[in-house]
Structures are given as structure tokens and as C-alpha cells.
Design a binder for this molecule. Structure first.
Ligand code: PBG
Length: 325
């Protein structure tokens, strides 16, 4: 007895050329943003133990790191400062001679065409490690907004190309947009960490920024269980004027990416976070996965789900892999 399939999908899988011809999703080096950590007061790179290949760099080496990325074809970086000038409100971030402003100036001077994004938050600049001004044991939303405005303006004055607020304060996009518009920076885009979950996947990042932070961020970052609210958060930031929306972390939240993609016309980013990076590195080291294939499959999954750009510690390695073809 023979049976004949109703339709043969395999007809378009017969050769590499055919498969490429009908491939729905592409990954390009143009999609990538490389996060860089800069620490005050060190003179040699410090390896982040849980994230092999990731370092905290001294300010004196930032230009070199920016140039390395540029030469590999990675044309956007996001800067994280590890401050030694911590205080209760993170005021170093709005000091024109503070670490955030200095990093921006150094990165732009090194490679003027590099798209330099600042991570706009306070957690690496406050002595308590929270993403804003504390009132009792919780972050005061509206006081933090005023500081965010000042911080964004100082970043713009330093020459930043894009502002990326990551603190999950309500109204942060409207506040920053207003601050920038009123000071002559209406051309500077805002990429909002619009849907950021209170996730265990950030664990290695805390190691990376040497944070002595002990608590949790459950009163401002989102509950990992909430999908409807995840969409509402991003749509609210769109309403307030966010130019790019973001979901963070990545792989565990593909449903959220797809949902936002279906409801917004804005470009969408994903942050492939420290824990996602560390898990793949650890598995690769243990010899139980094909690192390159796993990472490229993950990136394609992000794009298939609906993102346009990807922030990943793998950016430089991916650039190498893509150029190998
Ligand atoms: C702080 C911030 C975090 C990350 C980026 N900005 C950590 C956190 O919210 O605890 C995480 C990055 C990563 O894990 O790769 N606002």
C-alpha cells in the first residue's frame, strides 16, 4: 500500500540555494548592539568571572574597545559605568565631568560614526544599588524622574546618540523626552527598556558591575508572570514618545516580543542578558553544545519573534561568525 502526502514541504528544502531563497528571517551585523562596562579607578581589564570573554575596562581602554567593535562591523555600543563615586542619589550621572559623560565623550572621540548609547539608570552610581532615589526602603518614582531628566540632558551635552533608560520608572519616557526637547535635543532618540522583568537572568550582571546590591527590584521591574501588563508597559512608553521599545530578558520572553510586535509599529529591541550569555558559555565550556550554532539560533529566534535589534555580549563573536559566512 502507498500513501501520498497532500503537500510536499520538502521540495523547497532540497538545496542550500533554495533554502536561502525562501528563508524568512535574516541576521546581520547591522542588528547588533555591544554592551561595554567601564570601571573607574582600575588600570587593567578585570574579567567578569561568570561571563567568560566579558571584561570591565579601564577608561583608558574604552577607545580601543570601541575601535575593535567598529572594525568588526559592530556599529552600536551601549555604555555601562561602574562608579567609584557612589552616593544616595547617583548624582555622578548628571555631573558633566562624571563617569557617564566621560565615557560618552571618549567613545565618540574614538569613533565618531559609532552609535553611542548610554544606559540611563542609577543602580551603578548609588551606594544602595537601587535604580533611583530611595524613600524609606522603596524607590521614589517622581523624584527619580527629575534626576533622570538631568542625567539625559548631560548625556546629550556629552554627545550621546541615543538615550536608553533602564530603570522602569513610570513616566520616565515623557520626562526624558520633555527634558531633551526643552534643551535643544529633540533630535536625540530614546530607546526605552519598556518591558523589563524582575528576572533571575540578571544574576551575572550584578557580578559584572560589582554591585553590593542585596535586595530586589520587584517594586519597579515587572512581575515575570504578567503578559498583558508586559504589552501595556511598552505601549505606554510608545505613547510617551519612545522611539524604540525593548523586551528584557530575551529567550524566556519570546511570547512578549511577538505580542508587542503585533501591537506596535515602533522598532523593537531585545536584551540578551548576562544570565543567558553565561549559561551558553558554561554549557559550551562543558562541551555539551555547539556554541556558535546555539547562539545564532537564539538570535534568529529573536528576529523571527519580531525584534529589529539585539543587545548582546556575543555581538563581537557573532560579527566574526557572520563574516566567516
Ligand atoms: C540596571 C540594569 C540591569 C541590567 C541592565 N541594566 C540589572 C538589573 O536590573 O538588575 C541587566 C543586564 C544583564 O543582565 O545583562 N538597571
Amino acid at each position: 500500500m502507498t500513501t501520498t502526502p497532500e503537500f510536499r514541504f520538502r521540495r523547497l528544502r532540497r538545496s542550500d540555494v533554495l533554502r536561502r531563497l525562501v528563508r524568512e528571517t535574516q541576521l546581520s551585523v547591522d542588528d547588533l548592539v555591544y554592551p561595554i562596562f567601564v570601571e573607574e579607578g582600575i588600570d587593567q581589564p578585570v574579567a567578569v568571572e561568570s561571563m567568560p570573554g566579558v571584561f570591565r575596562y579601564p577608561e583608558s581602554q574604552l577607545a580601543e574597545v570601541v575601535n575593535t567593535a567598529w572594525n568588526k562591523g559592530v556599529k552600536a555600543v551601549i555604555l555601562f559605568g561602574v562608579s567609584q563615586e557612589k552616593n544616595d542619589d547617583g548624582s555622578d550621572t548628571w555631573n558633566p565631568r562624571g563617569l557617564m559623560a566621560r565615557m560618552i565623550r571618549v567613545a565618540k572621540a574614538a569613533q565618531p560614526q559609532m552609535l553611542v548609547i548610554s544606559d540611563n539608570c542609577f543602580c551603578e552610581y548609588t551606594d544602595h544599588g537601587h535604580c533611583g532615589v530611595l524613600c524609606g526602603d522603596d524607590v521614589d518614582n517622581d523624584k527619580t524622574l527629575i534626576n533622570l531628566q538631568q542625567q539625559a540632558i548631560v548625556a546629550a551635552q556629552a554627545g550621546v546618540d541615543m538615550i536608553a533608560p533602564s530603570g522602569m520608572m513610570d513616566g520616565m519616557i515623557a520626562a526624558i523626552r520633555q527634558g531633551l526637547d526643552e534643551t535643544g535635543y529633540n533630535h536625540i532618540p530614546i530607546m526605552s527598556y519598556s518591558t523589563k522583568f524582575a528576572s533571575a537572568f540578571y544574576g551575572p550582571f550584578r557580578d559584572a558591575v560589582d554591585s553590593n546590591f542585596k535586595g530586589n527590584r520587584n517594586t519597579y521591574q515587572m512581575d515575570i508572570a504578567n503578559g498583558r501588563e508586559a504589552l501595556a508597559e511598552s505601549l505606554q512608553d510608545e505613547l510617551e514618545g519612545a522611539d524604540i521599545l525593548m523586551v528584557k530578558p530575551g529567550l524566556a520572553y519570546l511570547d512578549v516580543i511577538a505580542d508587542i510586535r503585533a501591537h506596535s509599529q515602533r522598532p523593537l529591541a531585545v536584551y540578551h542578558v548576562s544570565g543567558e550569555y553565561a549559561m551558553v558559555k558554561a554549557a559550551a565550556k562543558a562541551g555539551v553544545i555547539d556554541e556558535r550554532a546555539i547562539v545564532l539560533e537564539t538570535m534568529i529566534a529573536f528576529k523571527r519573534a519580531g525584534v529589529d535589534l539585539i543587545l548582546t555580549y556575543y555581538a563581537l563573536e557573532i560579527a566574526d561568525w557572520l563574516s566567516e559566512g
